[in-house]
Design a protein around this ligand. Structure first.
Ligand SMILES: O=C(O)c1ccccc1NCC(=O)[C@H](O)[C@H](O)COP(=O)(O)O
Length: 271
């Protein structure tokens, strides 16, 4: 597989490792906790719906946080996170399927598996409530197609968060039946973060849903799709900015992982 656009060397390396990673021994069947319902609960309780990410390290982070993922996850939930994301990518993010398994057993909020999944059998590595599929990497020769992987994930009981970065990718995600769409503010070509990405792409996503270009029928009532702003949200002002731009929920890693995890989560869920 070669990616259609240029990606940063770190991302090429992540993808090379993902191509070599195997799948699970047997097909999973998951009884998933509802992500949209968790967002609604947070809203009803006056909190910003935040997916807090257990992210020990990354290509753009200095050092590695070695705390027990379960302790971090519990602090995030205590701080008001509506849901959690747990990295399972080992080589570049310090994650593991075992970390996700332990976290999911310890909390009662939905847990997203954050990884770079390219093939159906990779879905069978560990149970999670939601899996991330990255549109950019699933339109290339040598990987499974986005719509096939969405179907394979749903057949196993997973909810699917389809990550996009451009209007074109949102269109492809909706055409493939995505009901939960993330817009990543991080450009995987340069690894730079720009919050105006979500501000630019979200209205187009809403327009496409209104015009019926989504084949999904779940999601946020008449809005039709759950839109998540991902990456680069560092301050309450950033969080408010993404909410004003139409984010139903926010995915936040680094800003929560840096320092007191519970206080950071509280600060970003209570605006
Ligand atoms: O975070 C990175 O450095 C990174 C590098 C290359 C590919 C993906 C990367 N991040 C994946 C993510 O989507 C983020 O972990 C997630 O959106 C949270 O972002 P942030 O709040 O900026 O940590």
């Amino acid at each position: 597989m070669e990616t259609s656009g240029e990606v940063a060397p770190a991302v090429e390396s992540i993808l090379a490792a993902a191509r070599d990673r195997g799948g699970g021994d047997e097909r999973l069947s998951v009884d998933a906790r509802s992500l949209p319902a968790a967002f609604d609960r947070a809203e009803d309780e006056g909190r910003v719906p935040v997916i807090a990410e257990v992210k020990p390290t990354s290509p753009t982070t200095d050092g590695e946080r070695a705390d027990d993922p379960v302790a971090l996850a519990e602090q995030m939930v205590e701080g008001g996170a509506a849901a959690l994301s747990v990295l399972t990518e080992p080589g570049h993010f310090g994650g593991s399927p075992e970390a996700l398994e332990r976290v999911r057993a310890a909390v009662d909020v939905p847990v997203l598996r954050k990884d770079f999944l390219l093939y159906e059998e990779q879905l069978d590595v560990v149970e999670a409530d939601v899996v991330l599929l990255i549109a950019r990497f699933l339109q290339e020769e040598g990987t499974d197609d986005l719509d096939e992987l969405i179907g394979a994930a749903r057949d196993r009981g997973f909810q699917v968060l389809v990550e996009t970065h451009t209007e074109t990718e949102v269109k492809a995600a909706l055409a493939a039946g995505a009901e939960i769409v993330g817009v990543n503010n991080r450009d995987l070509a340069k690894l730079e973060v720009d919050l105006s990405t979500f501000e630019r792409v979200a209205p187009e996503a809403r327009r496409l849903v209104r015009d019926g270009q989504s084949s999904g029928d779940a999601g946020r009532g008449s809005e039709g799709v759950t839109l998540i702003a991902e990456s680069g949200i560092a301050t309450p002002e950033d969080a408010a900015r993404m909410r004003s731009a139409g984010a139903d929920a926010l995915l936040i890693g680094s800003a929560i992982m840096d320092g007191d995890v519970q206080k950071n989560t509280e600060r970003l869920t209570n605006l």
